[in-house]
Design a protein around this ligand. Sequence first.
Ligand SMILES: Nc1nc2c(ncn2[C@@H]2O[C@H](COP(=O)(O)OP(=O)(O)OP(=O)(O)O)[C@@H](O)[C@H]2O)c(=O)[nH]1
Ligand SMILES: [Mg+2]
Ligand SMILES: [Zn+2]
Length: 327
Amino acid sequence: MPVALVRGEECIREGVVIRAGGGTCRVAVAGEVYLCRLRGRLKQGRQIAQNVVAVGDHVRLRTLPPSAADADAEGIIEAVLPRRSRLSRRAARRTGGHIEQVLIANLDQVLAVQSVAEPALQGCLVDRLLVAAARYEVPSVLCLNKVDLEPSVAADPRWDYYRAIGIDVVKTSATTGAGLARLRELLHDRISVLLGASGVGKSSLLNAVQPGLRLRTGEVTGKTGLGRHTTSHTELFPLPDGGFIADSPGLRGFDPWDLAPSRLRDYWPDFQDAAADCRFRTCLHRDEPDCGVKRAVAAGRLPAWRLQAYLDILRDLEDRQREVQPY
Ligand SMILES: Nc1nc2c(ncn2[C@@H]2O[C@H](COP(=O)(O)OP(=O)(O)OP(=O)(O)O)[C@@H](O)[C@H]2O)c(=O)[nH]1
Ligand SMILES: [Mg+2]
Ligand SMILES: [Zn+2]
């Protein structure tokens, strides 16, 4: 519960950031939303993250009396309270990739959304999201949307494979309503974020789960088959039966923050048994001789697409590491 501490006309309260960006934040405090600025002190010092405040952060704010409030601020954020979890990536390349960007704080689960078509399956974006979530010890769910469009892709055995390795899979259609009851169940009383490429139907799913939201959605472009980047902000919405869910802008890629290439193998749970048979304990399952994982793939005990996805992400992590720390 938010704590209110009256100090003259001002009030110190605690709230949750539901939207952040452009130097201001919207903070929900007991059902009311305050437009807030960051206290100058919070912006000083060595920059360790691109954003001082992220959606989902619990903050202490000073609400301004009407005489001091202006069009830009009804309150000032005085402090960001410690986070119990987060999901981060490397900030855009123009910053040199040295900086962490916290996408969302204090979340309970990541919903990695992928559509069966329009746009078609994107090479391992979902796997990157699952790895990043695992890196931050946040549980994840794979949401396969638009199952009305290509039932054959929806029936692909790879989705059962994810289930078998412990990742919950929900197959949905925002159009027909398939799977939405299960999605509502998964969202109940939790703080979740929908992440995925543009056009996969994140905002449509939210509208279907909670029709009152009326979020803007955009048609997938006929020519390229890609989304139009309709959603421009990450925003957290309360769910009527308890819990919060964040919609987010379509991702073009996802570089997990703070994940060394050599550690990627730790977040690939289905390789663990086979990796115990690798000759080298530090085997990356690529060029090393006598690799248990490659043997398992050759024998059909592990699917080749899992190794390929792992190798693609490994190469990208190595490329980014080289860019950030040039030889
Ligand atoms: N056939 C079908 N179309 C869908 C489904 N879900 C969403 N769409 C359509 O897909 C298009 C993109 O949906 P959005 O909800 O805007 O996608 P988004 O993931 O929020 O995209 P960004 O905000 O750009 O990241 C819209 O034209 C939706 O009507 C679905 O389950 N089936
Ligand atoms: Mg959207
Ligand atoms: Zn190996």
